[in-house]
Design a protein around this ligand. Structure first.
Ligand code: KG4
Ligand code: ZN
Length: 371
């Protein structure tokens, strides 16, 4: 079983052999945090407490299993919000102790890597290693090299070795999506609606701004998104014609009319062009650096995971560049891209097999690194 509570999703899943999903239950807290425009840590912890028991129960029911039949309990112990993590950890420890089963601490980021492998297994494909893996979500934007051999001195299939290649120096890409959406009166979370708006044909061939992303000094592949977010902010400030439509969208969302079909008529061509320019800039930054890393490191494939990996334009761009570079590209399905517990169970499995078990000292580690 995998348990995940690092941010605003309470999730539990049962996975067989580390690769076959028997159940995956995700209770999202989006409706609770929406009115604050972001995750409120205290509310997140409280909601995890409320949801963890029913979510685990439902995961067992869907898998058609009893708790006693589990082999081990894997739980996210970082990175994430400390209070949120503690709920899952305490529950996981209690369950493991009561059942007399091994407990495995899982790094949330390693979970996102395993989401790609879960999906590939489902499609009957095996992922070529070494790989460059981009994890891109609301909390993270980081590039790793993923290698198969000799992690933690063990030779266990699925127990990967990681090297960090680059990371964001300020905001995560998903955070930039969320902040830009908020600024444009498009609600929370921002990714899904911006993704759809950016794909809309722009009436009258209206041209948007061109945002350029600052290059890092030297040959660093680090990311930066706060400059882009500020550029969008200044662009909006310089164009006062945006103000009434932003207010109209905020009003619509406050009334509960936040469906794409309800928001689209409230977006001028200039807004659609702005959204598209923002997204193009994010996608070209992400894809450009991921493929530069793939070339530098001479890897055999490119993996993308995390909430922003659900983005349709990002997927298309990675597919295109992958085809051009002759590199296979792997994504999880949309459901496995965002936070879930199947990926936590998948990442726990090789640790369980290799005897890398946790004891009851396992604690939340909000800043836990993968490499
Ligand atoms: O992985 P995730 O569920 O949680 C974190 O670990 O952060 O990612 C959530 C993030 C949010 O910032 C959300 O706006 C973004 O993923 N996101 C998207 C899309 N769907 C979700 N960003 C761009 N395009 C999308 N389709
Ligand atoms: Zn995540």
């Amino acid at each position: 079983m995998g348990i995940e509570s690092s941010c605003d999703e309470t999730a539990a899943a049962v996975v067989a052999g580390g690769r076959e999903i028997l159940s995956s239950v995700v209770a999202s807290q989006i409706d609770i945090h929406r009115k604050y425009g972001g995750v409120v840590p205290e509310l997140a912890s409280r909601e995890h407490l409320r949801r963890i028991v029913p979510v685990v129960r439902e995961a067992m029911e869907q898998a058609g299993m009893k708790l006693e039949e589990l082999d081990a309990i894997g739980v996210t112990h970082g990175p994430g919000l400390v209070g949120a993590l503690l709920v899952g950890i305490t529950y996981g420890k209690t369950l493991a102790m009561a059942l007399g089963k091994p407990l495995v601490g899982v790094n949330h980021l390693e979970g996102h890597v395993h989401a790609v492998f879960l999906e590939a297994a489902r499609a009957g494909r095996s992922v070529e290693l070494p790989a460059v893996c981009l994890i891109v979500s609301g909390g993270h934007t980081v590039l790793y090299e993923v290698n198969s051999e000799g992690a933690e001195g063990k030779e266990e299939p699925g127990l990967f070795r990681y090297a960090r290649i680059a990371q964001t120096r300020d905001d995560a890409a998903g955070e930039a999506y969320d902040k830009v959406a908020k600024l444009l009166g498009l609600g929370y979370p921002g990714g899904p609606i911006l993704d759809r708006l950016a794909a809309v044909e722009i009436p009258g061939n209206v041209k948007g701004p061109r945002f350029t992303v600052a290059k890092m000094k030297g040959n660093s592949l680090d990311f930066s998104f706060s400059g882009l977010k500020t550029a969008v902010l200044y662009y909006v400030r310089e164009h006062s014609e945006f103000i009434p439509e932003i207010a109209a969208r905020e009003e619509s969302i406050a009334q509960g009319h936040r469906k794409f079909e309800e928001i689209l008529p409230l977006c001028s061509p200039a807004t659609l062009a702005l959204v598209r320019a923002f997204q193009e800039s994010v996608v070209s930054e992400l894809a450009g650096r991921a493929f530069a890393a793939a070339e530098q490191r001479q890897v055999a494939s490119v993996l993308v995971s995390g909430g922003v990996a659900a983005n349709s334009r990002l997927r298309a761009e990675f597919e295109k560049r992958g085809a051009a570079a002759g590199l296979p590209v792997y994504f999880p399905s949309r459901a496995l891209s965002t936070d879930n517990a199947a990926m936590i169970a998948a990442a726990a499995y090789p640790r369980f097999r290799a005897g890398l078990h946790a004891d009851l000292q396992l604690n939340a580690d909000p800043g836990l690194k993968l490499a």
